[in-house]
Design a protein around this ligand. Sequence first.
Ligand code: FAD
Length: 370
Amino acid sequence: MSLDLLVVGGGPVGLATALYAVQAGLSVAVVEQRAGVVDKACGEGLMPGALAGLQALGVDPAGHDIAGIRYLTPTRSVTTDFTRGPGRGVRRTVLHTALREAAERAGAGLVTGTVTGLEQHDGEVSVQVQGQGRLSARHVVAADGLHSPVRRMLGLHRPSGSRRRHGIRQHYRVAPWSEHVEVHWGRAAEAYVTPVADDTVGVAVLTSARGPMQAHLAEFGSLAARVRDAEVTGPARGAGPLRQRVASRAAGRVLLVGDAGGYVDALTGEGLALGLAQAQVAVQAVASGRPQRYPALARRAGLVSTALTHGLLTATATPAGRRAVLGAAAGVPWVFGRAVDALGGTGPKTGHTAYLGGAQGEAPPAHADT
Ligand SMILES: Cc1cc2nc3c(=O)[nH]c(=O)nc-3n(C[C@H](O)[C@H](O)[C@H](O)COP(=O)(O)OP(=O)(O)OC[C@H]3O[C@@H](n4cnc5c(N)ncnc54)[C@H](O)[C@@H]3O)c2cc1C
């Protein structure tokens, strides 16, 4: 039997795609190569748009509320609160469990297996699953992550330049000392601290340098001191290179969604919000029988966040640029507040999007702390 939609990759974006598909009345199955609960290197901060999108799908994972963002250097800091409701720090394992259970409850098929090939013919896509034969569907959404095998099978992968940044994250058993996601700016790296439970914080470092977590943390003196005596819980996980480019987010009846469709950087922490927004518009395109509309819809959904991430990444590529950006954020905090708020607004459309939008022209509360 041919499905309406087959999703390759059962990470958060693939599972959310399945939920949107069920809502749209489509028959759908998800093929995920890893059995059980899937973990991944991630800062684990759900921005307000991502959290609202999940809740609208009936998914409300436990975690720790996030009031906003604080940028810190050794000499100054600037803080802004979200105006669109709180975000939430959520362990990836908790998020995956919540989404998978919701997909199962909704009636999506869940298949464990690795997709190794794909062919399009006669209005159908046939997908080879290792050891399990072929599955066919009218459309395929590839949500198979940063290194998307499907993107390569379709010839849509493009080289992404010489600046290679990676992410590494670790959890520490310590009570969160801030309601904000802290972004510590080092000379050439950033460290993110996200509260994910009443007794746990996650620390993610973004850097071009290689090495163990401990070596990276040494660059961030005050942060290293905070977690020095804390129990390390679970293994460190890494991911990268972060920058991934695609020629297009669609080829015929196959749509690339989430990180599979290209990625700029984790610097602004809205990967999940953007992936959820893309999942929503991908299903709209499929349900309307016009998959060719998807690349334009996905571009529009990510316009603001992609531009801000590119801009910030470029501006902070040199030590002088980093000093200038941090100085400007502290000197003109409302600009910083606006940028963070725009990022916080990235995400799928929800019933209360209008409410979340805040008052027209209202400046988010942001202040330089030092
Ligand atoms: C260090 C770091 C920090 C980050 N911080 C944040 C943050 O704070 N907030 C935020 O919103 N985002 C953050 N992100 C980004 C976020 O993690 C990603 O945008 C998000 O995980 C994308 O989800 P996805 O479902 O597209 O891909 P993934 O989560 O990578 O899922 C892809 C799935 O596809 C499966 N798969 C792959 N190949 C196959 C195959 N051939 N067959 C079957 N299955 C396959 C994989 O097993 C995997 O489960 C961060 C990223 C990094 C690296």
